[in-house]
Design a protein. Structure first.
Length: 94
């Protein structure tokens, strides 16, 4: 599925900051998962870290889609094709 550039971009600086922070957090958590696997950590610890990574990435995705949806509704309320695209993106995260 391709994502149109205007949906992928966060136009609001505050939203962009939040998305980048969540992705950086996920990046750090993923590094911890890799280290845990390499160090043969207990599976419980690995699964907990994987869960944290997954949640951080999901939340970043929801922020991206929510921002695009807000823009879509404010700028193009009758663009059903774009709304359908956003719905598909949202559901892909579920």
């Amino acid at each position: 599925m391709s994502i149109s550039p205007d949906i992928a971009a966060a136009h609001d600086p505050e939203s962009k900051r939040k998305i980048v922070n969540r992705l950086r957090r996920a990046h750090g958590q993923l590094a911890a998962v890799i280290a845990a696997v390499e160090d043969e950590a207990h599976c419980r610890d690995v699964v907990q870290q994987l869960s944290a990574v997954s949640k951080a990435v999901d939340r970043a995705g929801f922020l991206v889609v929510a921002g695009a949806l807000k823009e879509c509704m404010a700028e193009e309320p009758d663009d059903s094709e774009r709304i359908d695209e956003l719905e598909k993106l949202f559901l892909s995260l579920a």
